[in-house]
Design a protein around this ligand. Sequence first.
Ligand code: LLP
Length: 424
Amino acid sequence: MEFTNSECLMGGVSVSELAREFGTPLYVYEEELIRKRFRSFRDAIPYRPLRLLYACKANSNLELMRVLLDEGCGIDACSPGEVFFAIEAGCKPQDVMLTGSNITDAQIAMVRHYDVLINMDSVTQLERYGAAYPGTECSLRINPEIGAGAHEHVVTGGPNVKFGIMHDRLPEALGIARLHNLKVVGVHMHIGSNILNHEPFIEAAKVFLESVRLLPDLRFVDLGGGFGVPYGPGQQGADLKEFGKAVSGLFEGFCKDYGRELALVFENGRYYVAQAGHLLVRVVDVKKTRTHVFVGTDSGFTHLIRPALYEAHHEVVNCTRRDSRPIEASVVGNVCETGDYFARHRNIPEPFPGDILSIENAGAYGYAMASPYNGWPRPAEVMVASGKARLIRSRESYEDLLRGQREIINIAYPWGETKQPESQ
Ligand code: LLP
């Protein structure tokens, strides 16, 4: 986002124009920033061959994925649905990997149909897979029993989480792989999300690499994603240069001992897309109570649930009135729940009805976690670049929200009509 004297610009397009043309609430993504973030991560890691996947659970808009594919990225999918999105976005099957949890046999079959490599999340999944597809390739997700992350909900490594094969069960997993003649071509770890310092990665990678060194057929080692972005004042991202040096040294040493050069893989989601995304909302009402000023908007946790779910901090910018007197306010939404807020007790230039606010750093886990709860349709999404905006997903309609119901209701009337009579 940039500011001129009178305007607030995103990708060179003015926010008021975006709101006028596409309406609010609206997700806006800055294409150049996505590219820049991707390149900054790539360039910080000197080790080659390096393969970067984008964990599209952060934001699976096809056009947004295409920007990253264009940069040479592959896709990390967490469900058969995301595999489908990746292929639809134009990703080659060999550049997609499925790292899921509790995937059924039928879902495995679907993913195999695309010829996408699957990261096994449990010994029993490996058993099911091996029995059905003996002699094929797979990869193993290993839990190094070290976790990290900005909130306990997003710590995905350690003894108390459901993910991966515990590293001490690796010998058992290898026995199963051998039994079914499976070739374990990759190993994977992912310790958590929104991590702002690189030490836990290195610590976990050491344990992890030590546990996988006897696997004979490796082609790659995937150290996961989880690099955080600063959301609040005073926060700083991990020192990527330091991390790049440390992890490359560690991995070079590993490959030397292993006797072969392997590909090093990372699968960030948030790092590439969080900062590029803005949720534009319009102020509908300002309510002053004895203890609060509630700035009510036309969106809510239905569209960005992170503050309600993780008490996450998202900066709020008043794009219409940057110079008005700051007041302490809570920015809330239109959902019928008290926990529906974007920001609590925040100092922002006093907003008035009609103002456009931007909820910042909303590109990751924003739209992706949106729901039509309370009958609020999901917003439209727009990509901005070089002073131009393009619609990359239409706003959901009320009719969309009835999909799957109207057809049933139409045949279910007891009077046998396919349509409800005009009047009764
Ligand atoms: N790979 C695996 C196996 C994962 O489970 C995840 C995230 C990622 C990669 C990408 O992590 P990232 O680089 O985006 O941190 N909804 C939460 C985040 C949940 C992340 C879960 N796993 C949030 O809004 O903070």
